[in-house]
Write a protein that binds this ligand. Sequence first.
Ligand code: SGN
Ligand code: CA
Length: 519
Amino acid sequence: MKKSNIILTSVTLVSSALPFAVSAKEKPSQRPNILFIMADDHDSKAISAYGSGLNQTPNIDRIAQEGMLFRNCFVTNSISGPSRAAIMTGKFSHKNGFYDNRGETEFDGTQQTFPKLLQATDYQTAIIGKWHLGSKPTGFDYYSIHVGQGTYYSPEFIEPQGKKTYTGAYATDITLENSIKWLEQTDKTKPFCLMMQFKAPHRNWMPAIEKMSMYEEHTFPVPANFFDDYEGRRAAKEQKMSIEKSMNLGGDLKLFGYKNTEMGETLENELNRMTPAQRAVFDKVYLPIKDRFESAKLTGKELTLWKYQRYMRDYMKCISSVDDNVGKMIDYLKANGLWENTIVVYTSDQGFYLGEHGWFDKRFMYEESFHTPLIISYPKMIKKGTESKALVQNIDFSATLLDLVGSKVPTDVQGESLKPILNETKNKVRDALYYHYYEFPLPHAVKRHYGIRTDRYKLIHFYDDIDEWELYDLKNDPTEMTNQINNPQFVKIKQNLMAGLQKLQIKYDDTEPTKSYIK
Ligand code: SGN
Ligand code: CA
């Protein structure tokens, strides 16, 4: 089977790799390297270092054990393209011009990005994996990027020489393998910045062959608000991202012959990309599931709970592959003497609902999707096994990385450098966070909204086809079930939040937030 050859190759690469031979003339770079690892839709509850106990990610945890874990990292606009654009530029969507995933606009690659700034100071730069910004990557010496969302099986990558299909490969494995290949050929006298961005665990959660049976005997705990009635929260009520109604038995949960209610041919596309040997393994695990499902004749809540378990199993299988490949990369860096001088970042493009409020997907400013994991190791500066509760945001990543490598952070970057948090000279960089989400109505009918979050409270304004405000006390209501906007006891808090929101809108220059962004 071709796949095992691929694995063997990377194992061989890792185990046989010797520390780079550097001649006396070629002094190894003193400036730190950057390895920016991002998975797609990887919620922090699915990283064991965050402590939920849902699954085990021993390799991602190694980054936390050797570095700092951020408890309160958030995004600016909780979907893929906009998050990636915010990371690249250090700016909100209304500044970098990339508001949504609908493909009507491409990322303007002529603008300033942190890889470009690094490249200008002699960093070797590459992006490998998911890009999802439409335009051709700029600021990178090398790229190997999925076409759009990409596929899990036999993925096709856009590379400087053109498109290349990796027949028989699994996307997560090939992203690691290509990353190591690129590292192998770098000039060891110069630093590198590698963005290794996994497609997994994005919908439709197709597991690797060796993970197909994983978790099949496991039952995941059901969140307390799984059967949310959305009382007092109209936007939450009118979404189309519930496991009950929007998750497909066919495409998402892989039952053959069942119709997809809102999705294309993702399952069929993926199955057609498998080799016959891969397909046989898939069939062996998934065909009996359909038989068992049909004989159980589930309806109502029982059916929704069954869907939840299927979803969680596939999602966690995908994460296990991400974790394995993160482990291979850590081993590679260590085996090659690169670990000490490399800043390693692990994050996602947003959080994800693992059944909270009955949902999958993201988008909302509610905690699960607003939050994103952030773990950073840099042995030369960060103390091992540390944690920060500072309110930080993905617009901070570019400023942080530039600052850490000794580059000037341009004044138009909206994020803050987290260096003072990482070296423990400060414990916060801001008092409140701003958020603005635009993509409505397709694909999940999450209404446009913006808002403010402080340590304790959150105020959200849903607008466009609605005009509703929500206020949450995160201390007493961490799962955001009770909208306090009309509660007289919250009048003062509401006033303060409104004033804080306005201040943030002035600070970030988003003073007409409900004005349509569509030209
Ligand atoms: C696809 C998915 C959606 C998902 C978006 C955006 N549907 O459209 O469920 O919200 O991507 O995801 S699918 O049926 O095609 O899988 S994002 O991570 O790229 O923002
Ligand atoms: Ca995503």
